[in-house]
Ligand binder design. Structure first.
Ligand SMILES: Cc1cc2nc3c(=O)[nH]c(=O)nc-3n(C[C@H](O)[C@H](O)[C@H](O)COP(=O)(O)O)c2cc1C
Length: 267
């Protein structure tokens, strides 16, 4: 049974675990791209392009780059200095802000030290112990084991960073990607960003070369996709990010001076 629109929106999630190894059918691959193509764009310019990557040799090479850049990002403590502010360490903290990432699953011996573990200094110590390498290896296997990778590009004819068209392109691309994301839910698939190559200078250029990206296209994002496995096991260190802000935290009425009122709690 296809999901209703409300179900598709409510169930949309990022998949941070492994996918089922079976290939994504060509029909489903095309459904994803067609769904993206239905997104709105300025003057119907459709500035997006996609590369569907199912060749295991290319996936392995993307995985090598993804794994290596994850290790580099963790090793230098960069990840935690850049992103520490998004991590929450208790349900109360999460409930107050209702945004960010709640680390709610860790091996028991580490739990009392959860805040310290996520500090820059501790990460440097853990790097020495090989944790950064382990996380990189995990990322490598997750990407290599994903039956489908998807690169999203914009045409440079439209995409001009710093100009209004640059903003329009990014807005349009975001909507196209959301269509893909929602369609994944409908097809029993999951999706996750492969973002670490963007964080390490030079790695993005390696990906562009690997994918033969021509001069008139800009490589914007890479995702890994696949069917969701029957049995979903949570990784040893895992998080939740399904909390969302209340209406009063994200909407105003008429002007920004008046927060929208939250509806009364149901008894
Ligand atoms: C621009 C952008 C960048 C993101 N980067 C990553 C990423 O690098 N790795 C990842 O696993 N998820 C990434 N995400 C997914 C978010 O972490 C996720 O959407 C958020 O935590 C809410 O969780 P949910 O998608 O499961 O609802 C990104 C999402 C967006 C929109």
């Amino acid at each position: 049974m296809p999901l209703t629109l409300q179900e598709a929106i409510d169930r949309r999630r990022t998949t941070n675990g492994p996918f089922d190894p079976r290939p994504v059918s060509l029909e489903h691959q095309h459904r994803l791209i067609e769904a993206a193509g239905r997104a709105p764009s300025h003057f119907n310019s459709q500035p997006w392009r996609f590369v569907l990557i199912d060749d295991p040799k290319i996936r392995e090479r993307v995985a090598d780059i993804g794994g290596r850049t994850m290790t580099q990002l963790m090793e230098g403590g960069t990840f935690f200095s850049r992103y520490r502010k998004y991590f929450r360490f208790s349900a109360e903290e999460m409930d107050q802000r209702r945004d960010g990432i709640l680390i709610d699953q860790m091996p028991a011996p580490l739990r009392p030290f959860i805040r310290q573990v996520f500090s820059e200094g501790a990460m440097k110590v853990m790097s020495k112990l090989g944790v950064a390498k382990l996380l990189g290896d995990d990322n490598r296997s997750l990407i290599a084991g994903s039956p489908l990778l998807l690169a999203v590009l914009l045409t440079k004819e439209e995409y001009k960073p710093g100009e209004l068209s640059g903003f329009y392109c990014q807005l349009s691309m975001g909507m196209a990607v959301e269509h893909i994301w929602l369609t994944c839910g409908d097809l029993g698939m999951g999706i996750q960003f492969v973002s670490t190559p963007m964080e390490i200078p030079g790695a993005w250029d390696e990906l562009k070369a690997l994918l033969n990206v021509p001069d008139d296209l800009e490589l914007m994002a890479v995702y890994r996709l696949g069917y969701l496995p029957e049995e979903k096991r949570r990784p040893r260190i895992d998080w939740k990010s399904d909390q969302r802000k209340r209406l009063s935290q994200l909407a105003f009425r008429n002007t920004c001076a008046t927060p929208e009122q939250d509806p009364a709690e149901k008894p």
